[in-house]
Write a protein that binds this ligand. Sequence first.
Ligand SMILES: NC(=O)c1ccc[n+]([C@@H]2O[C@H](COP(=O)([O-])OP(=O)(O)OC[C@H]3O[C@@H](n4cnc5c(N)ncnc54)[C@H](O)[C@@H]3O)[C@@H](O)[C@H]2O)c1
Length: 388
Amino acid sequence: MNSIDHGDISRHTGTHSSPEVPVQRAPILTNHPSRSITLPSPEFFGSIASGAHYAGALSPTHVEHSTSHLPHKRAPSLGADDPIVHETYRGVLEDVKELFCARPSLEIFQRRWRKDAVFEDPLSTAPTPTLFAHEFSLADRVALVSGANRGLGLEMALALVEAGARAVYCIDLPKEPSEEWQKVREYAAKVSGKEGQGRLEYISGSVTDQDGMWKIGESIGNKEGRLDVCVAAAGILKSHTDCLTYPAAQFRQVLDVNTNGVLFTAQAAGQQMARFGNGGSIILIGSMSGSITNKDHAWVSYNSSKSAVLQMARSMACELGPQRIRVNSLSPGHIYTNMTAAYLDSQAHLLEKWASLNPLGRIGRPDELRGVVTWLASDASTFCTGSE
Ligand SMILES: NC(=O)c1ccc[n+]([C@@H]2O[C@H](COP(=O)([O-])OP(=O)(O)OC[C@H]3O[C@@H](n4cnc5c(N)ncnc54)[C@H](O)[C@@H]3O)[C@@H](O)[C@H]2O)c1
């Protein structure tokens, strides 16, 4: 039997940030006869009525996933009038439709929690885990990743493929992709369960060319009929130069790639996300250097360019939120790639120094960013935007 258990709410808040907001774990519409439903307390309704935030518990993702528990898995079509869909679900499906709108009304959030929206699925006996099959899955999604001929961009592109993306477009400077990229593509093509999917594509282009990037975005949209994920990873780090005499041309060059190029990349993808109306996730690769300064390194151009990226993410997030386009920045610490190898391979003492600055006592590996980029790209983070 379903039951309402107000007292259980605190135990279900672990993964969400606000302690005063009761959070319900998916699936809301449980299909296990013995599972009880946890509903929020009356105080919760009071808190949302008074303008307190209602958190990700009621995000479209949870509702979307909860509908996957409906019989016959008919919910994704949202066919409220489909005769196969049980009458009981009619109200729920109407709610789901409204929740997919950019600005669902307060009533929809309140109605969502009414007891008559709670039911058991008479056709199943065991619940199916959704976390990796749904929330973290990028099945059929299309992505654009800049700077993905190598390094962090390529690693992230592969992670998106492994998470189920239909196609990941890698944008970088060389006319032809590197041998490393070709090998990764061969590997991606062989990843099991991805027959005919998981394509890694390469397009030569510079992120500093705004028109060119927009055209690339448009061509991907025309070909794939959607564009869901963007990772703006292209970046450069120029050699040490005293800030008091830093040459204008080099300062502009670094900002042109690391700041302007990130904006042009986000625009290229964001325009297509807006065009197809599916929402999307844009991930701007910043750096810890956007928030802290690397002492003993004269990196004024790099540090300034990365700081701008963090604020760009917050600014774009606020503008694009109504279109369900999320924009977050991701700031790695020291990771061993070609960019850092330029220092580490010639100045051996730097490895120990950089490692000592990290709580883990070491520098990172590119593959250690796979999880976070997949989380940000996927529906596992649908209530996360403007975050660093
Ligand atoms: N490696 C680190 O420790 C570290 C730390 C923090 C942030 N980052 C950031 O992560 C991102 C990836 O860095 P990485 O370590 O993989 O470096 P990398 O040098 O290995 O890769 C950067 C890629 O960007 C490409 N690129 C440069 N200019 C471009 C342009 N105009 N248009 C298109 N592509 C261009 C390069 O060709 C290269 O393939 C960068 O934005 C970097 O600032 C790296």
